[in-house]
Design a protein around this ligand. Structure first.
Ligand code: 3PG
Length: 306
């Protein structure tokens, strides 16, 4: 049995060692393809893999066709918009994620970027504090819940919108449930995005919502660039010089936005929310265990392509 770890953005070495241990203890072989520069390298590497562990790596029809022995692909992380769910399902390949394993890392980065925004990118000028300010969490999944927990430490007033999450769960976390997206943006100076990229959410946050933000609004995006309507974002930033946008995902129009809005926008060069040793260990080793549990005991709890 061959398990391939295919990560264009590699895990920390300590996480790879942990994955190797789990895979080899089960009597399987581990292959590693890191920092690959072309799709062809991935196509070659998957040829004889029974299982693949990936991060944001694209698993599309072509990759599935090249992976003749493939039975399972595990996305070591939360979002699985990089896997062709229909194509994998049609091929009888199970797709799983590892929900929650990297969520604290992403949530901590939300505050890393938010503090940076309100302290004017640490340029030495007088900024503002987060204490007592209002934070709206757009989707109350694993990352959103961690963001709420940390926000409480900052003594922020926290509310959340999530039509898929019962109000009681939100209330139990000491967070106020909100039931309309307009209200979420109008009522909170800070809005942190945690919606997945789906057909329904793509380009769903644009001019109309962003311009609802109260004075000195900050939109924090550690979710996916695809959920932003970038044209609408640019228009909103143009009209509202008090608004800032900080993102862990470089927009398609990053250069234009940076040239026009300077320090009012910030983008990490590469998605790094989950790029911590802890998150790599948690998500990577969970993925390895899930593969072993799948082959040994038929456990398939985290399947996302049913
Ligand atoms: C996720 O969906 O788990 C995060 O966006 C992290 O993605 P990454 O593994 O590519 O860093």
């Amino acid at each position: 049995m061959k398990v391939l770890v295919a990560t264009e953005k590699p895990f920390a070495a300590v996480a790879v060692n942990g994955i190797r241990q789990v895979i080899e203890d089960a009597g399987y072989k581990l292959a590693l393809l890191e920092k690959y520069a072309s799709k062809q390298e991935l196509l070659n590497a998957v040829a004889d893999a029974d299982a693949i562990i990936i991060r944001s790596d694209i698993v599309d029809q072509e990759v599935l066709d090249a992976a003749k022995n493939l039975k399972i692909v595990v996305r070591a992380g939360a979002g699985y918009d990089n896997i062709d769910l229909e194509a994998s399902k049609a091929k009888g390949v199970v797709a799983q994620n590892t929900p929650g394993q990297n969520s604290n890392a992403v949530a901590e980065l939300v505050f890393g970027m938010t503090v940076m925004a309100v302290r004017n990118m640490y340029n030495g000028t007088s900024g503002t504090e987060l204490k007592g300010k209002k934070l709206g969490i757009h989707a109350f999944g694993q990352v959103g819940r961690n963001v709420a927990r940390i926000a409480k430490g900052f003594e922020m007033e926290v509310s959340a919108l999530d039509p898929y999450c019962p109000d009681e769960v939100i209330t139990a976390a000491g967070v106020t449930p909100i039931h309309s997206v307009e209200e979420l943006y109008s009522g909170n100076q800070f809005v942190s995005l945690h919606i997945p990229a789906t057909a329904e959410t793509k380009k769903s946050v644009g001019y109309d919502l962003i311009t609802r933000l109260p004075k000195n609004g900050v939109l924090i995006n550690t979710a996916r660039k695809e959920v932003i309507d970038e044209e609408g974002l640019a228009k909103a930033l143009e009209e509202r010089p008090d608004i800032k946008y900080v993102a862990d995902i470089k927009p398609d129009t990053a250069e234009e936005l940076k040239a026009k809005f300077g320090d009012r926008v910030f983008f990490t060069p590469k998605k790094m929310g989950a790029q911590t040793a802890e998150a790599n260990i948690n998500a990577g080793i969970a993925a390895a265990h899930q593969i072993v549990a799948f082959f040994r005991d038929g456990i398939n709890r985290f399947q996302v392509n049913k």
